[in-house]
Design a protein around this ligand. Sequence first.
Ligand code: SF4
Length: 122
Amino acid sequence: MDKTREIICIICPLSCQIKIRVKNKKIVSLESNGCRRGKEYAEQEFYNPQRVLTTTIKVKNSDSSPLLPVRTDKPIPKEKLRECMQYLANIEVETPIEIGQIIASNILKTAVNVIATRRLKS
Ligand code: SF4
């Protein structure tokens, strides 16, 4: 039996509401995308949704901030978000830290790094 689903494209501000029809867990048709990029986005969102992870991690020795904001440098599979959060909850860093500094490389073998988004002095 066919199912329908709507995916809102976030690639540009037009936010097209893309309608997909699914059969046997595969997209069989796709409409209302304003351009080719929307088709690619909807297919990725359906088959392998990904997100940039943003969070904070503990800082051992900073007087100014006990937490360091971080993010992944690329999107990671949505299904790995929780596991990554748990991994990062157990990490502590020491200052000084520069913006863009790699805090965790190749996290959970995703080929994605977690980087600092704030500078912290010693
Ligand atoms: S489908 Fe194309 S036009 Fe529509 S929101 Fe996505 S990128 Fe923009």
